[in-house]
Design a protein around this ligand. Sequence first.
Ligand SMILES: Nc1ncnc2c1ncn2[C@@H]1O[C@H](COP(=O)(O)OP(=O)(O)OP(=O)(O)O)[C@@H](O)[C@H]1O
Ligand code: SF4
Ligand SMILES: [Mg+2]
Length: 344
Amino acid sequence: MSQVMEVKDLKVYFDIKRGFIDDMLSKEKLQVKAVDGIDLTIGKGEIFSLVGESGSGKTTIGKTILDLIPATQGDIVFLGDSLKHKSKAEKKKFRQKAQMIFQDPYQSLNPKDIILDIVAEPLQVNGLIKNEKEKMQKVVNALEMAGLTPAEDFLYRYPHELSGGQRQRVAIAGAIVLDPEFIVADEPVSMLDVSIRIGILNLMMALRDRKGISYLFITHDLSLAWVISDRIAILYLGKIMEMGRADTIIHECLHPYSQSLISVMPVPAVNKEKERIILHGETPDPIHLPEGCRFHPRCPKVFEKCCREEPELTEVAPGHFAACHRIGERGRSLDEQERYKDNK
Ligand SMILES: Nc1ncnc2c1ncn2[C@@H]1O[C@H](COP(=O)(O)OP(=O)(O)OP(=O)(O)O)[C@@H](O)[C@H]1O
Ligand code: SF4
Ligand SMILES: [Mg+2]
């Protein structure tokens, strides 16, 4: 599978502004480490899910990949070409090929515009339409591809005249009208009724099959990620804890954080006879990250080394990565390694 997107050691830190007095009293610069060293690749036609709790850095990663937020460190390589030191014109070309779909279809559509103008806007901004006939053709085509048929019934309506699912389809039409290679979909169905979600997910998968579009699918819902993705990365406080094929993550996960997320998935086929692992304590504050493994204050398997050394994301089996001191070579947990040594 050829690579569409490659993210290398991405860090995004936000400076925290404090009051004048606080700044005078403390010289320490406060930063939120929203994304703290992420490496990932997304292949052609691949759906890659980023799963994590609120505040884990999902949206920041998605926006930084699309150059909507500047990276503090690292590189984004799109179709083999680094985005570093690109001119404005080159970045504009990149943005045509890489689009974003947001969580709230109502906020992402201008309420004062009719659907025809909303979907045509990206074409207009990029100077891609020669006349009204071409504009109409391209918009009708995009609406129909997004499942809004017949398109003529939607062209002259306003966003408030559509249902939530139809609005999200308009947002998708606005993204695909530029014929993108890559889409970041940030919680695209979390505000929709369960009955409508499946239609939007099927549409995204059909666009992948028909046009070879690759997706970074952002969600806090692991069950959804499992249904839709080829691969999944589990994110915790700006770092990937575990990454691999969707089935591997769900059925053979090794990291204690992934195990706790999977143990509470409301899917009987996954959790038959398994104990629920309830995490205690709050997610630490991303301004004052704990030393060592950032998951250690909540980890049920924490041991001494975890409090002083940060584990690296390591390939524990082909294509399966995890960041945990308890996971050794070939995915054996530390306990299993001890037993293996004793039996030898
Ligand atoms: N512009 C900003 N300035 C300062 N901090 C920010 C900014 N944007 C995001 N953050 C912080 O960065 C961290 C990651 O935020 P982000 O929105 O990426 O999380 P998320 O995983 O998308 O969460 P959610 O599931 O709630 O959407 C959070 O602690 C957030 O408060
Ligand atoms: S490194 Fe330690 S604290 Fe971190 S996940 Fe593994 S066992 Fe838990
Ligand atoms: Mg978000």
